[in-house]
Design a protein around this ligand. Structure first.
Ligand code: ADP
Ligand code: ADP
Ligand code: MG
Length: 500
């Protein structure tokens, strides 16, 4: 047992603040690291101390292990929380942290090594009664041999980078004639994005659901599951809307998912918080996809329905404490949704949009949680992930969580940058989403950029934005009167729509 006194968070944005909040509640001091692009960032302001670690590109700052270890030395931090992305799934980093005599708030370097690699993880879970997506469990580099494997598996197939993540390094092949080209691309993408060119092939499951299980393990061999999250609303194989629990599984199926996830964790003596991802077909037969050995972006929905603070659990586990409750102590209460607010243009193929948050006002009220890392007037840097915020709602049931989300999105005022919010509003109102029966094909099957354009014509958006911004600036200068809520972009659209 080693009580943690001061945590350095090797990350930025919303997740850095998320971790600091829990640390603060536990009486633990916090240290931020930041690049030159983040000098005035919210996570730097929130921390007790902050250390500049380099120029804007993450390869020269947030990804430089020695600079982060040096920052621990300077500040006397005795533990590192890696957040997600960046160094969170880097076994070398975890080992360096431990070798420096510091506590890594995450699993062992060995577990990261096995699970951080999609192929190694498949090999590890093979003997643990976990169903795998049909396909290979070793890398392949010869195109002809690969083509043969693909036809044995049966088209459509997916070529995947073993070291891939964040929806990158994956290619679907429907037709054998396209195989060679797609494989060449997959290999070069794997090399350039992940520095590792190994790829493998698996069956592409048409119209699956992405259902994942949150697990917690301690250093005494206890592993429990904190139920599932449904994450099938994706664009570019990356999630945009998540929820817990899944709207379609029953108690018996929940137990099966949970127990399979626990087996995955046991296959690598896992401790810490982790996520086991599955894809499920129409019969809810499910297959292991991968394990993420870190806190997941969408962890808040699991917190809302379980009452746990997953970061506090991570910290206690890293200190060597045993999990203080049992599987049967956990109960699902209510329903929770999360929408990811990305600085992206849903009308233009979800391409990243950058710029200044001219107006930025968060929704509030019952059942609404916003995890973000920006304030009004800040720029969204081009160097990092374009996620601005996560909007999370909680309700007594799914219907209430959805209603709250719709209301909260309406309240959310973001001017200056295009975001995924209008897209999310579209999804929430779609009957297939409401039914719960949607799959990862939802965007492809049901979404067209025109749907947003029809609702909110661009000229209206522009006029409304300028109007709202001017009004807002005016109101800001008034000292007595609170800013009028009538300046919202949504109201601008609505008024104009009515007039039309
Ligand atoms: P999650 O799996 O937690 O739902 P994402 O897949 O969106 O979330 O990944 C979280 C963040 O980490 C994103 O910024 C993503 O770009 C990044 N990321 C995930 N895996 C990797 C990886 N292997 N290498 C680099 N970045 C990654
Ligand atoms: P990442 O590390 O980028 O998160 P995953 O293997 O978890 O990669 O896959 C991300 C998403 O891609 C899944 O949620 C799913 O939508 C889709 N996907 C991955 N593998 C398959 C497959 N074999 N069949 C169908 N869809 C898949
Ligand atoms: Mg994944």
């Amino acid at each position: 047992m080693r009580k943690i006194q001061k945590i350095l968070i090797a990350n930025r944005g919303e997740i850095a603040i998320r971790v600091m909040r829990s640390a603060k509640e536990m009486g633990i001091k916090t240290v931020a690291v930041y690049s030159e692009a983040d000098k005035t960032a919210a996570h730097v302001q929130y921390a007790d101390e902050a250390v500049l670690i380099g120029p804007p590109p993450s390869a020269e700052s947030y990804l430089v292990m020695d600079k982060i270890l040096e920052a621990c030395k300077i500040t006397g931090a005795d533990a590192i929380h890696p957040g997600y992305g960046f160094l969170s799934e880097n076994a070398t980093f975890a080992k360096k942290v431990e070798d420096a005599g510091l506590t890594f708030i995450g699993p062992s370097a060995d577990a990261i090594k096995v699970m951080g690699d999609k192929l190694a993880s498949k090999q590890a879970v093979k003997n643990f009664d976990v169903p795998l997506v049909p396909g290979m469990d070793e890398p392949i580099s010869d195109v002809e041999a690969a083509k043969k494997v693909a036809s044995e598996i049966g088209y459509p197939v997916m070529i995947k980078a073993s070291a891939g993540g964040g929806g990158k390094g994956m290619r679907i092949v429907n037709d054998p004639n396209d195989f060679e080209e797609q494989m060449t691309r997959a290999v070069s993408e794997a090399k350039s994005s992940f520095g590792d060119d190994s790829v493998f092939i698996e069956k592409f499951i048409t119209s699956p659901k992405h259902i994942e299980v949150q697990i917690l393990g301690d250093q005494h061999g206890n592993v429990i599951y904190v139920f599932e999250r449904e994450c099938s609303i994706q664009r570019r194989n990356q999630k945009v809307i998540e929820e817990a629990p899944s709207p379609v599984i029953n108690e018996e199926q929940r137990k099966r998912f949970g127990e399979a996830a626990v087996n995955v964790a046991k296959s690598c003596n896992y401790y810490g918080a982790g996520t086991v991802e599955f894809i499920a077909d129409a019969n809810l037969d499910f297959y292991f996809l991968e394990m993420n050995t870190r806190l997941q972006v969408e962890h808040p929905v699991s917190e809302q329905i379980s009452g746990l603070d997953l970061v506090k659990e991570q910290i206690k586990i890293a200190e060597g404490q045993a999990i203080s409750f049992k599987q049967e102590d956990l109960k699902i209460q209510g329903h929770s949704l999360e929408v990811r607010v990305y600085a992206e243009d849903p009308e233009n193929n979800f391409l990243p949009d950058t710029g200044k948050l001219q107006v930025y006002r968060r929704p509030q009220g019952a059942g609404v949680r916003v995890d973000d890392g920006y304030e009004e007037g800040m720029d969204i840097p081009i160097y990092y992930d374009p996620m601005i915020a996560k909007l999370i709602t909680y309700g007594k049931d799914r219907a209430e969580a959805i209603e709250r989300m719709q209301r909260a999105i309406e309240e959310y005022q973001i001017i200056g940058i295009k975001t995924t919010l209008p897209f999310c509003q579209f999804v929430l109102g779609h009957e297939e989403f409401v039914s719960g029966k949607f799959t990862t094909k939802f965007v492809e099957q049901h979404f067209k950029p025109e749907y947003l354009k029809k609702e909110i014509p661009e000229d209206v958006q522009k006029v409304a934005a300028i109007f709202a911004f001017d009004q807002y600036q005016e109101n800001k200068q008034k000292t007595v009167q609170a800013p009028s809520t009538n300046t919202s972009r949504n109201n601008g659209w609505k008024n104009r729509m009515k007039a039309d």
